[in-house]
Write a protein that binds this ligand. Structure first.
Ligand code: DOR
Ligand code: ZN
Length: 422
């Protein structure tokens, strides 16, 4: 049966219009004013906003191998609840996604059982050990959209250069998790006032910036499409801004937590604030917002990194790095960036849907006739409050637990199929 979304404020070509959307099977058949009901299933969106489904280029689904933290079903359910219709899975699973069999496993399971589309990011090097290039060509045949050793960082510049040269021959983006291991050491939080005060090892911004500077130079030399994951410092953003001005092929993303949270939250040793790169200073956070506004930062990506309770409920130094992101992303960004007047709702949608969709060159991220119906309906006056009882992710490691946020995803459609309803 065709579905008719009535009376919503639809995001069309960068602005909101009161229109109806007719969905026929997977696709948007018609967008128009007052489309008459002809035995359709009617969805009344009066007072609500209808957005292009969110696209997340950076998530950890933990499947295969760590399915106690998350799996493809729970992860995509949590994604759909957060309004995401396409997510990209990072390869740091067990085994690492450095071969076609694992790519095939993820794609098939997501297609058969998933609540959002899952694109796969293959490992840049075998086992993400930073030593030997992985089977990139074969994985591309199986549909990977990028290569990355996320969670790890190739330390050897010669190996990185060769890998980037090789990747550039396929025009596939190389996503770097920028972390120089000697500088990061066994650091736990941002190096600075709080690491000193709390007696925790510090991870300096320099650990991130030095790899970004290096990889920008390697990108110039290799002509590779370089994408920098989760930028977190003012200096890192400056480096990327300058490189872009010079015409280097470099893009970058920022996470909701680096846009919204700072290192002082670590003061009570809440392990849900422990993440890589670490939460930084207010100056860095403001630079992230400025970078988003001036276009230096191309899009927002959650870095959804689920970890089980028993892993996070430990001494700070023993807990793993990572923040759970899908279910809080939109509401936290809407409440703390849009409602506070820092950015417009339009910019948030560009950075959560349109821009990441363009990056992976998929025909999604915009509401248009003939496109697949990937749609997220939100009620901006309604609130969410994530609890360990109502989260769909298997893991509950978010600093937003038990906090009330405005901007509720009330319904999500992926390829025309309802994947979430509040
Ligand atoms: O905090 C993080 N957790 N940062 C990463 O880069 C990896 C991620 C994970 O896989 O848990
Ligand atoms: Zn990372």
């Amino acid at each position: 049966m065709k579905k008719l979304i009535k009376n919503g404020k639809i995001y069309l070509d960068g602005k909101f219009e009161n229109k109806d959307i007719l969905i026929n099977d997977e696709k948007i058949e018609q967008i128009g004013s007052d489309i008459q009901n002809d035995n359709f299933e009617v969805i009344d969106a009066k007072g609500n906003f209808v957005l292009p489904g969110f696209v997340d280029l950076h998530s950890h689904l933990r499947d295969p191998g760590q399915t106690n933290k998350e799996d493809i079903v729970s992860g995509t359910k949590a994604a759909a609840k957060g309004g995401f219709t396409t997510i990209c899975a990072m390869p740091n699973t067990e085994p690492i996604v450095d071969n076609v069999a694992t790519v095939e496993y993820i794609k098939r399971k997501a297609k058969d059982l998933g609540y959002s589309k899952v694109e796969v990011i293959g490992a840049l090097t075998k086992k993400s050990e930073g030593k030997e290039i992985s089977e990139i060509a074969s994985m591309i045949e199986y549909g990977i959209v990028a290569v990355s050793d996320d969670g790890h960082c190739v330390q050897n510049a010669k190996i990185k250069l060769n890998a980037m040269k090789y990747a550039s021959s396929f025009d596939i983006p190389v996503i770097v998790h920028p972390e120089e291991y000697n500088l990061a050491g066994s650091g736990q939080i941002n190096a600075g006032k709080y690491s000193t005060k709390l007696g925790l090892g510090g991870i300096p911004g320099l650990a991130e910036e030095i790899i970004i500077a290096r990889d920008i130079m390697l990108a110039e030399s290799s002509k590779c499409r370089l994408h920098i994951a989760h930028v977190s410092t003012a200096k890192a953003i400056d480096l990327i801004r300058e490189a872009k001005k010079k015409g280097v092929s470099v893009t970058c993303e920022v996470t909701p937590h680096h846009l919204l949270l700072t290192e002082d939250l670590c003061e009570n040793f809440d392990t849900n604030t422990k993440v890589k790169p670490p939460l930084r200073t207010e100056k860095d956070r403001k630079a992230c917002i400025a970078g988003l506004i001036d276009g230096t930062i191309d899009f927002i990506a959650t870095d959804h990194a689920p970890h089980a309770d028993y892993e996070k409920e430990r001494e700070f130094v023993l807990a793993p790095f990572g923040i759970n992101g899908f279910e809080s992303a939109f509401a936290s960004l809407y409440s703390e960036l849009v409602l506070t007047g820092n950015i417009s709702l339009e910019l948030l949608i560009e950075k959560m849907s349109t821009a990441p969709a363009k990056f992976i060159k998929k025909n999604i991220g915009e509401i248009k006739e003939g496109r697949v119906a990937d749609l997220t309906i939100v009620n901006l006056d309604d609130t969410i409050c994530l609890t360990s009882g109502n989260m769909l992710s298997k893991s509950k490691n978010t600093p937003y637990l038990n906090k009330t946020l405005k901007g509720k995803v009330i319904q999500t459609f992926c390829n025309g199929r309802e994947t979430w309803k509040a």
